[in-house]
Each structure stands twice: as C-alpha cells, then as structure tokens.
Design a protein around this ligand. Structure first.
Ligand SMILES: *Cc1c(COP(=O)(O)O)cnc(C)c1O
Length: 383
C-alpha cells in the first residue's frame, strides 16, 4: 500500500458490529471483563484504547515503523523518550531545537542527572566532535526550528550506529509525507501531532514511532507507567487529520514556495530562509533525503524590533500565534514568543534576531496570502 492509501485504511477496518466506516471514539476508561482475569483485549484506557490503537497503527504505517505510541502532547512524547536513559547518560541535541524541547532538557531532566549538550548538527564534524563516552543518543530536528537548517540524517545515523548510539529525529516540520527518518537509519521518530498530523489546530498531541523492538518495549512500558497518553477523542481527531495529510502537505508546500519567492523579491525583506529555495544552503541535501520542503518559512525584515512588531500586527489572514502546521496561516516572532525560554546569548548565536519572523503557510489561496503579506510589509514601512 502507498502513503495516501495507508493514511485512509491502516487500522481503519469497518467496525465489527455496525459496519461504521469511521473508527468510533471509544470514550471509555475501562472495559467489562467476562470473568476474573479474562478480558477482550483491553483492560484500562491508560494501557490501551481501541481508538488510540487505530491511530497508532496508522501513524506507524505512515512512518514505515512497526511500532507507534501516542501521547497527550509532543512534550509528553519527548519526556517519555527520556525514560530510555538513566542518570549519568548524555544526550547530544541540535542547537536549534524547539524551545520547549530545550526547556525540558535543561530545566527538568538535568535535575534527574541526565546531561545535555547542543551542537550544530548540520555540521557533521561539529557533531562528531561533541560526542562523549557517556553519550547515548543524538537528538535532531531537520529542518531545525526556527533557522530551518538541514542535517544529513543518513550520515548521522551511520555515525551513531558506529558508536553504538541511538538517533532520534523530531520530524514535526516535515511530517512523514515529506520525510521518513527511519528509512534513513534513525532509531526513533517523534512528532508533535499538534502540528501537521492533526493539521487543523484543534488538538494537542505527540507520537513516537520506531522499528527497534527493545526501544518499543521500553516506550510502551513508560507510556503506561508514566501515563502521558493521548485520549480517545484526540486520537480520533488526529486520525481524521491523517486522512488528508498528503493533500494538505502538497498545498502547504505549493503555497510556501509562492510566498517565499514573493518575499525573496520584496525590497523590505532582508533574507528569506526556505529549504525549497535554491538560495538555501541545505536545498540539495533536503531534495536528496526528503520528498519535499514543507510549509515553514523564516525571514528577516528590513527594520528593527518595532518594525517587526508592526509587521506581525498588520497581517489579517496570517494569525499572530504560536504553533504551526494547521490549515490556517500563522506568523510569530520567535525571540519574543516561541523561543523566549532560550537564553538571549544562545538566541543571538543562533541568529534569532529582533527582525526575525517565522511563517507557517496554510492551505488558503496563495494569492490572498501574498496580498496579505504585501499589505503588512507596506504597513511596516509606512506606520
Ligand atoms: C510543537 C513542537 C513540539 C512540542 O509539541 P507539543 O505538542 O506542543 O507538546 C516539539 N517539537 C517541535 C518541532 C514542535 O514544533
């Protein structure tokens, strides 16, 4: 079965009693057992739930994974992955990760004796040099957030496996439609399903997929033991989102390319960062390791913080909001919004400056989006 077919069929047989073609929402915490110690496959919904099972089967199939586990948020998924490790272990992470990922590493798991360091994983030599004897996992985002740097997933997987390390990839920005890290050798792939997988900005969730049976056993154990599970209604919404993932991603990408070209030619824009542009340093690598370039664009405006505020305030279709990956276009100012928890020096080193804005391009009509950005740039220029 190919991608779009899997999205609609895997885990989604018509329901046995009624023939309902849509997986029902099994909104139940527990399951009546026919006899003491005898059950019909489910005992308690933290451990398993039929709606969550259907979604887990589908997303695992889309990532070409044998195992998939759904969580109440992307951060719940990442936190559960951390239970693979013990005090003294070191995790080497991309330096330009989601702000919440940095925060949970730095402010939560360090307290339990896990150690973290951060490197530019788009530079293989820098990454190799940062590996320590205690390193157990390399954790990357590609593209990164918000600089959209591209890391060579297959080369990093090779390096990790030569050194006996796991490679985990946060694939949120790409979705499995555009990029499947497990096929490139990664051991774990994680998503904030809040973004493209759900796709409609109406549900928060996270997922972990793997082909590594021992890792899967541990994640499954911790999913139940720690309990950061996704509820049945959220699993149902996200499963519905998956059905249109292929269509949505194509449209996100088409619109993003049109918007990026418009911005690249605009006098009030200093720089446009979009992996789909030939000017992006990771363009060729992205074209080789992925099936597309996604819907996220970062840009630098010609102006100061006040100008950036005027721009962000002036769009009408692009809502000023954190998050990404929904059908509606969003924009945000990383230095003040999503990356506020990253220390100011680190932000400066990464290039998250006051004139820096991130766009999540939705699936509206591209001409309306371009007109909206055009009038916001004019408002920025002439207050
Ligand atoms: C949003 C996001 C997360 C965190 O996911 P939540 O669902 O918000 O908990 C992690 N990584 C990336 C790249 C994200 O965009």
């Amino acid at each position: 079965m190919r991608f779009s077919t899997k999205a609609i069929h895997v885990g989604q047989e018509p329901e046995a009693t009624t023939g309902a073609v849509v997986v029902p929402i099994f909104q139940t915490s527990t399951y009546a057992q026919p006899d003491v110690g005898v059950h019909k496959g489910h005992e308690y919904s933290r451990t398993s739930n039929p709606t969550r099972d259907a979604y887990q089967a589908c997303i695992a199939a889309l990532e070409n994974a044998r195992h998939g586990y759904a969580f109440g948020s992307g951060m719940g998924a990442i936190s559960t992955i951390m239970t693979l490790f013990k005090a003294g272990d070191h995790i080497l992470s991309s330096d330009d990760v989601y702000g919440g990922t940095f925060r949970v590493f730095d402010k939560v798991f360090r307290n339990f004796g896990l150690d973290y360091s951060f490197a530019d994983t788009s530079d293989l030599d820098a990454l190799a040099a940062a590996i320590r004897p205690e390193t157990r996992m390399v954790w990357i985002e590609s593209p990164t957030n918000p600089m959209l740097k591209i890391s060579d997933i297959a080369a990093i997987a090779d390096l990790c496996h030569r050194k006996g390390l796991l490679l985990g990839v946060d694939n949120t920005f790409m979705s499995p439609y555009f990029q499947r890290p497990l096929e490139l050798g990664a051991d774990l792939v994680m998503h904030s399903s809040t973004k493209y997988l759900g796709g409609h900005s109406d549900v928060v969730g996270g997922v972990v997929c793997t082909n590594h049976d021992q890792v899967a056993e541990r994640i499954k154990f911790s999913q139940n033991a720690m309990g950061a599970v996704m509820g049945p209604f959220d699993a149902w919404l996200t499963l519905r989102g998956l059905k249109t993932l292929a269509l949505r991603m194509e449209r996100h990408q088409k619109n993003a390319l049109a918007v990026a070209r418009f911005l690249e030619a605009h006098d009030d824009v200093r720089e446009v960062i979009y992996p789909g542009l030939e000017s992006h340093p990771g363009h060729a690598l992205q074209a080789r390791q992925a099936h597309g370039f996604g819907g996220m664009i970062s840009l630098r405006l010609k102006g100061d913080l006040e100008a950036a505020r005027r721009f962000c305030r002036s769009t009408k279709l692009f809502f000023l909001a954190e998050s990404l990956g929904g059908v509606e276009s969003l924009l945000e100012h990383p230095a003040i919004m999503t990356h506020a928890s990253v220390p100011a020096e680190t932000r400066a080193a990464l290039g998250i400056t006051d004139d820096f804005v991130r766009l999540s391009v939705g699936i509206e009509d591209e001409n309306d989006l371009i007109e909206d950005l055009g009038q916001a740039l004019a408002a920025m220029r002439h207050p």
